[in-house]
Design a protein around this ligand. Structure first.
Ligand code: AMP
Length: 310
């Protein structure tokens, strides 16, 4: 099996109530790829500039991520994003976005990337997502992420891309913006009317909900002791989630989807404990398994046996 991800590779500057970094490796495709690398062979497609060097490649290679389809734009600068988190750490403001090489990004997939079994379209211009989706004809499971910007300025293109994927992953405020619905299940089902058979609604530090045509499944965030930096939590959730589905042959049965929610939650919980990719870059498989088991323990209970009064 193989998994292809298309999206941003970045340098991020981040400030949180617990500190900051002026320049660290980031980008949606980077966070996704590192997380998904525990589950499958991952190929990452995205552009970088001259400032992206051995140190950055080493992080990806350290997790055996295939970087053959990272496009080096000679003379260019890597995408740069700067954000600051509010005191509650659940919301942030973007201070700067320098698109740089991302501005004219036209994804070029090698045959190996096109032949993937599972595809993740990270947050990029939706027309490019659709273009990539069409190139990966054999993919058995395709998931897509997006953001408020595209809902606001490229809604039709976003709907067109959504209609060609199996699963959409958005946060609750994006679902509300897209559908006008405040309630998670109702909003998700409106999005699913465009075609996808499932949707994940991320709820930040409150966890995530999986919505299918006839059911929903809810999982809390793993209760970590300390959050240093939430950047990339959504993308590492997606990496664990989509990765787990890839590990099951791309077959997204209801049981596999629920288990995938737990893996996504576990990987994301490690991501937030340190800045950027620092923690996931040295994460181990047993650590992921430990948190998946702990999630099961803290969310299961016996069937109620208390005789209630009328
Ligand atoms: P997350 O915290 O999971 O939403 O992802 C944060 C990552 O998304 C950061 O590492 C940024 O580099 C990247 N990012 C921020 N803004 C954009 C954008 N407009 N397009 C693509 N990637 C972005």
């Amino acid at each position: 099996m193989s998994l292809t991800v298309v999206g941003s590779i970045a340098f991020d500057a981040v400030q949180t109530p617990h500190g900051g970094r002026e320049r660290m490796l980031g980008g949606a495709a980077t966070h996704f790829a590192l997380a998904a690398s525990f589950f499958d062979e991952v190929r990452v497609v995205g552009p970088v500039g001259d400032d992206f060097g051995d140190e950055e490649y080493a992080v990806l290679h350290g997790r055996n991520v295939n970087t053959d389809d990272i496009e080096h734009v000679a003379g260019g600068k890597t995408f740069f994003w700067k954000g600051v988190y509010h005191e509650n750490m659940n919301s942030r403001d973007t201070l700067e976005t320098e698109l740089n090489v991302f501005e004219h990004f036209d994804p070029k997939l090698s045959q190996a990337s096109k032949d993937c079994d599972v595809l993740f379209l990270a947050n990029i211009f939706p027309a490019l997502q659709l273009n990539v989706r069409k190139q990966c004809e054999k993919a058995r499971f395709v998931a897509l992420d997006s953001m408020d910007l595209w809902v606001n300025i490229a809604r039709d293109a976003l709907v067109a891309a959504i209609s060609e994927v199996d699963c959409v992953i958005l946060n609750d405020s994006e679902v509300e913006l897209f559908t006008g619905e405040r309630e998670v299940v109702a909003g998700a089902r409106k999005i699913m009317e465009h075609g996808p058979s499932s949707m994940v609604v991320k709820l930040g530090k409150y966890g995530a909900a999986l919505v299918t045509n006839d059911d929903s499944f809810w999982i809390p965030a793993f209760p970590v002791d300390f959050v240093a930096d939430p950047t990339g939590a959504g993308d590492s959730f997606a990496g664990g989630f989509v990765g787990a589905i890839a590990a099951h042959g791309g077959e997204a049965t209801p049981e596999v989807l629920k288990l995938a929610m737990a893996y996504g939650t576990a990987v994301a919980s490690y991501n937030v404990e340190e800045f950027g990719t620092e923690r996931v870059a040295r994460l181990t498989a047993p650590e992921i398994v430990e948190r998946v088991q702990e999630l099961k323990r803290i969310t299961s209970f016996e069937t109620p046996d208390i005789a209630l009064k009328d």
